[in-house]
Design a protein. Sequence first.
Length: 394
Amino acid sequence: MEVKDKGEQSPLQEDGLGADKGECTKDPRTSSSSQSSRKCFRLDYRLEEDVTKSRRDKRGRFVNPWSTWKFPSYSNILWFYLLDKNNSNIPATKEELDQKLPIMEPYFIRNPEKAGQTNAELRVTWLGHASVLVEMDDLVILTDPVFSQRASPVQFAGPKRFRDPPCTVNQLPRVHAVLISHTHYDHLDLGSVTALNHRFGSDLRWFVPLGLMSWMQSCGCENVIELDWWEENCVPGHDEVTFVFTPSQHWCKRTPLDDNRVLWGSWTVLGPHNRFFFAGDTGYCSGFQEIGRRFGPFDLAAIPIGAYLPRDFMRSQHVDPDEAVQIHIDLQAKQSLAIHWGTFALAHEHYLDPPVRLKEAVEKYGLGEDVFFLLKHGESRHLNSTEEVFAQHK
C-alpha cells in the first residue's frame, strides 16, 4: 500500500469569504453559541466532481448514492428476527465475561493530570462499542458516546450491554468535542447526551449530521455544529484542527416516522500533527477510497468489525472484518482500532468471532500484526510513542 507524505496533501484551501477577509460569517446550521473565530476554510472545489455528495429522494429523505446499498427485503427482516439462529452465545456469568472480555480502569481515573497531555502524539481509549476517547493536537474528542445500559428509547427493554462502560460521564477528562455519526440508539443515547451537556454545558462542541440540530437543542445542547458531507468546522480556540463530516453507507431512524430525515456519515479530524478517522456505522462503499485520496494517510482510524451476520441482512449496513480491513487500506490508515463489537449483541455472530475474523483478514491482506489492533474496554494506546499503555483491571 503506497502511503503519501502528509506534506503532499492539500485538501483544504483558505477561502476569503466573510466581512473581514476570511473571518467566518454565521452559518445557518450552527446553534446560537457555536460561532467560531477561525478563518474559514472550505474544501478545494476543484475536486468537487471527484467526491460523492449526499442525496435526497422526492420526499426529502436522505438516500445512499452507491450501488452497494440495498435495504434488506421484508423476507430478510422476517428471517433475521424470527427464523435465523442467534449464535452470539453471550456467557451467563460475569466471571466468564471478565475473563474473556476484561474491563480495564481507564488511565485518566487514576492519572487525570495526564489527560490531554499528548504533545504531538495521539492517544486513544476504547470505552466500548463505538465510544472512543481520542486525545490529539491539544484536544480531547469523544465519539458516539453511549454510557447507558440499553441501546433503546427506554431502559427497561431493548438491546442490553453485556459489558459495562469502563467509566462514567463524570469520570471523563475535560472533553472539547463530541462526534455523532448517526441517530441509531447504539450511537446516539439521550441519557449520555444529557449527562455530557449537564457536565460541560456550552464549553462542549457537538459535531452532528445534517438534520440533527433541532433534536440536540431539545436536549439543551447549545454549542452544536450541523454538517453535510464534506463540510467542515472547528472547535473555538483550536482553529488549527479541522473536523470534516465525510460519507458512510448506512441509514437513520429513531421513531416510526423519521426514516432517514437525518443524514449519517463518518468523521475526519485533521490536525497539524495527527489525522484521525471515525467510521461510525457503515457498510462497505467506494466513499472510503474518496476519503483516503483526499485526506489520507491517517495516523489512526476507528473502524467497526462487529454486527455482521447474517450477511444477507447486514451486508449493506454493517461491514464484516474483511471489509473493515479493506476500509483501512482505502483510507491509507497507518493503524486502525477495531470498534463496534464486544458490547451489545446486535447481530447473530458469536460474540468473540469478530476478533478471530479480523486476525484472518489482516493475514489475508498481508498487513502487520499490530496495524489493525484491538483494545480491552477502558484500555488506552499511545501512538507514535514508546509510552506504555495506561490501564488497570477493574
